[in-house]
Design a protein around this ligand. Structure first.
Ligand SMILES: Nc1ncnc2c1ncn2[C@@H]1O[C@H](COP(=O)(O)OP(=O)(O)OP(=O)(O)O)[C@@H](O)[C@H]1O
Ligand SMILES: [Mg+2]
Length: 270
């Protein structure tokens, strides 16, 4: 899609948008290692916990994982709405798995189990349920999850759960009532905000994907971008986009420290 920014800067698409095809994602060593460990975990039919600050790139790492999993060997479902009571949560899970919801949590629980057995037996597909924003899940719902985590058929685990959330999710799982769930999770992946070098590499990657042929940000522009965003990818997107917009408004193609600092005041990051 062409607009003022892409036209003025000679780009083929708008950089720093949310829609990125899974094969164009930026993968630094930390992310590649995270995806490899998650791949290994679900391949061994185990459960995982993924934590990190808002906008660090957790959900995107899970998209990269899904892209790596064979669609015939795995049945991956993603549930983003977890602020639900037990019954509505199980309803949501039934719908995600293509099972007709039932009247009671117990009946839905059984239907989900049957679907996982069916998927494993008929299609040889292992079910992977990604639960996002789990720090928001009510304790009463979370306390049901250890039973799902225990699903077995002939002592073969039937389901992998991947819990994704902010760093406090780990603290929540350490609480007395959730400890039995925590002991069933095999892998923890913690995504940390990157270094200034990684911020620069990320910005270059996204600009190159958008068709940039020249460096639009100067070295000190990138340094400020990192300083002001702490290396969190979503914040980098916001500030980089504001900087491009301001550059176009001021008719310049060189985004330096001064311009990024001024663009900061056009964002809520200031
Ligand atoms: N690997 C990546 N390649 C390219 N862009 C990315 C990548 N990871 C994250 N982003 C960009 O950063 C934004 C935020 O990433 P994401 O939604 O994955 O963060 P999050 O950690 O799940 O945040 P939250 O805690 O708010 O859910 C994405 O919309 C995308 O624009
Ligand atoms: Mg997310």
């Amino acid at each position: 899609m062409s607009d003022r920014i892409t036209e003025a800067l000679g780009l083929k698409s708008r950089p720093f948008g949310k829609e990125i095809s899974p094969d164009l994602l930026w993968m630094d060593n930390g992310r590649s290692e995270a995806v490899d460990r998650l791949l290994d975990t679900v391949t061994h039919r185990q459960h995982a916990l993924v934590t990190g600050e808002p906008g660090v790139g957790k959900t995107t790492v899970l998209r990269a994982l899904r892209h790596r999993l064979s669609p015939t060997g795995f049945n991956v479902v993603y549930i983003a709405h977890v602020t639900l009571g037990k019954r509505d949560f199980f309803r949501q899970m039934c719908i995600a798995l293509g099972v007709a919801p039932k009247a009671t949590p117990a009946a839905m629980f059984e239907a989900i189990q049957r679907e996982c057995v069916h998927s494993a037996a008929e299609r040889r597909a292992h079910t992977v349920v990604v639960l996002d924003e789990v720090q928001l899940m009510p304790d009463s719902t979370m306390s049901q999850l250890h039973v799902l985590a225990n699903f077995e058929w002939d002592s073969d685990p039937l389901l992998s759960l991947v819990f994704v959330g902010l760093p406090e999710l780990h603290g929540k799982l350490r609480m007395g009532i959730h400890r039995s769930l925590l002991t069933r999770i095999h892998t923890k992946v913690e995504l940390s905000p990157g270094t200034p070098e990684l911020t620069a590499a990320y910005v270059r990657h996204r600009l190159t994907d958008a068709g940039a042929r020249t460096e639009l940000f100067t070295g000190d522009g990138l340094a400020v971008l990192h300083e002001e965003t702490g290396g969190l990818l979503r914040s980098i997107d916001v500030l980089a986009q504001a900087s491009l917009r301001l550059a176009v408004a001021e008719d310049t193609k060189l985004i330096d420290r001064d311009l990024v600092r001024r663009a900061l005041h056009h964002t809520p990051l200031a």
